[in-house]
Design a protein. Structure first.
Length: 249
């Protein structure tokens, strides 16, 4: 289980999500290589938080190759160097958010595994992203490469639901890293997946996440991070991840 901290932060642009804030959030590895045919495991960590208006994600990735062919929203970003976040509020229907290494987003709502519709572009375009690689297309590049991506998802992106905020909500989610057309195709998850071939559309394999209510981790008005000792929930609570263990291939 993941406990997601609440942050008292007013987001007008992605640059309101500061490096000081990100540094304080707990990290979770995306390290399950569930399929023997795809053993490559780049180093990937994700951080998650929520505000009164947005769900925040921050990915840190180190891998052998990157590519960012797609620059338009709702295109085939999963074939590029890609990170993903799938979330369900009932463990049946779910949203999949996918982002290339330059922040190109894809959003889809699914009523059953891999059966759904892309979000209208005016909704997908409300997602805010900031990549350390910039926004321009990148040809396939090899080496010891690292990149980071910050994402702010407004709650209007949950367009099939009425979700004004996430305070106190319980949900189910999985976090992924893939690169279908990179030199070493890979398909990593945070929570294990029990299929014979790569398949991220498995709400039954999502892990439980709980969005904490009014637990102030960072105050935008003060423009300075709070000391961890003043955080009014035990930080160890945030990483109670008994269901996250997996054996990498």
């Amino acid at each position: 289980m993941i406990h997601v901290p609440y942050i008292n932060l007013h987001i007008h642009s992605i640059y309101d999500v500061s490096a000081a804030l990100i540094a304080q959030l707990p990290s979770y590895p995306i390290a399950c290589a569930n399929w023997e045919d795809y053993p490559y495991t780049p180093k990937v960590d994700v951080k998650i938080a929520h505000t009164s208006s947005h769900l925040l994600l921050h990915y840190a990735v180190q891998e052998k190759s990157i590519r960012a062919k797609y620059t338009q929203p709702n295109t085939a970003v999963w074939t590029d160097s890609c990170v993903e976040f799938f979330i369900s509020f009932d463990k049946k229907t779910y949203y999949n958010f996918e982002f290339s290494c330059i922040g190109t987003p894809l959003l889809r709502y699914n009523t059953a595994p891999n059966i759904g519709e892309l979000a209208p572009l005016h909704i997908t375009n409300n997602i805010l992203t900031n990549s350390s690689l910039g926004e321009e297309a990148i040809e396939l590049k090899n080496g010891d490469l690292a990149w980071q991506l910050t994402v702010a998802i407004p709650y209007s992106c949950f367009f099939a639901h009425n979700i004004p905020n996430l305070n106190g909500k319980k949900a189910y989610a999985n976090f992924y890293k893939c690169g279908d057309e990179l030199n070493e195709s890979h398909f990593l998850s945070m929570f294990p997946i029990d299929t014979t071939a790569p398949d991220f559309h498995r709400p039954q394999n999502f892990g439980e996440i709980v969005f904490l209510s009014n637990q102030i981790f960072y105050s935008y008005e003060k423009e300075s991070p709070l000391n961890i000792s003043t955080f009014n929930v035990d930080p160890r609570q945030l990483s109670e991840n008994a269901d996250m263990s997996c054996t990498t291939a």
